[in-house]
Write a protein that binds this ligand. Sequence first.
Ligand code: NAD
Ligand code: PRE
Length: 306
Amino acid sequence: MTFRRVAIIGLGLQGGSIGLAVQSYLPEVFTTGTDIDPVTRARAAERGLVHKVCESSAEAAADADLIIFCVPPGAMGGAASEVRATLPPGAVVSDVGSSKQAVAKALSEALPGHLVIPAHPVAGTENSGPDAGFAQLFRNRWCIVTPPAQTDLVKLSSLVTFWEALGANVEIMDPEHHDLVLAVTSHLPHLIAYTIVGTASDLEEVTRSEVIKYSAGGFRDFTRIAASDPTMWRDVFLSNRDAVLTMLQRFTEDLTALQRAIRIGDSDMLFNHFARTRAIRRSIIEEGQDDARPDFGRADHDAATS
Ligand SMILES: NC(=O)c1ccc[n+]([C@@H]2O[C@H](COP(=O)([O-])OP(=O)(O)OC[C@H]3O[C@@H](n4cnc5c(N)ncnc54)[C@H](O)[C@@H]3O)[C@@H](O)[C@H]2O)c1
Ligand SMILES: O=C(O)C(=O)CC1(C(=O)O)C=CC(O)C=C1
């Protein structure tokens, strides 16, 4: 089967990008969408993020054969319960949440009897809201799909085909494993960025203006990440608590080892460690998951999408 009518709940970065990407790459698919925020609904209509912006989730869900929840992780259950009365029984329920076990549980409990196939496009920016979305967001990015153990294989394959049409490379993964992997590749880096930017701005001897004036490349890269949406990231850490705490423990041990190497002047240890991490950056670029240019290719991207 292929999806003909897709409902998008939440018209920010992710929902808006899906809506625009569907119009670019799946022109036969009709999209409805809504957002809890009336200003976002109005802007979504102006930008044409979906074919029809609805006043409520219940209205957007009626007739959908695929519904994708694009709201913060902590809002998934509440948003799903709003479509219980109108969502057609055969519709596939999916989402884009950054954590998978907690979100899958919230969606399944809110929509008993519906097939829930969670997904997570590992694609985003530090921007949020209805102006942040763009059709190319998912191109050559991974989308991790975490189906329940006994799932409908035809519908699973339709969801995979849907994401591939938007340009993503799809990987099927166990939700528990997803949460561990993303804790280290995405959630911990954000926590570190939030910490370092907060620490620098708190330091009394380095005034706020000096932090901004003399911001070196390393610090500036952290400020980009630390500008990400506070609601979303609060929810990510609370919904993936166990995996984040496991990885944080490991990170703290490794940081302590580097701290000791600096204190005792273990130059080999420092050099070998930095040589290993440099190689990781190179392999990410070789796999096409980032750009080698100093601005990560963002200037070209911004020019192409503005
Ligand atoms: N930002 C990223 O880089 C990124 C990447 C991959 C996945 N995600 C996941 O995507 C989801 C959305 O993130 P985003 O970056 O698009 O955030 P966003 O803030 O840009 O958009 C979320 C939208 O959801 C709306 N919303 C909140 N509660 C709602 C409800 N009950 N009903 C309808 N609308 C509601 C908000 O008003 C907002 O417009 C999150 O679960 C996040 O974990 C984000
Ligand atoms: O590129 C960025 O700015 C992001 O933060 C995107 C990013 C990440 O790579 O960590 C953030 C959250 C996700 O769920 C997926 C992708």
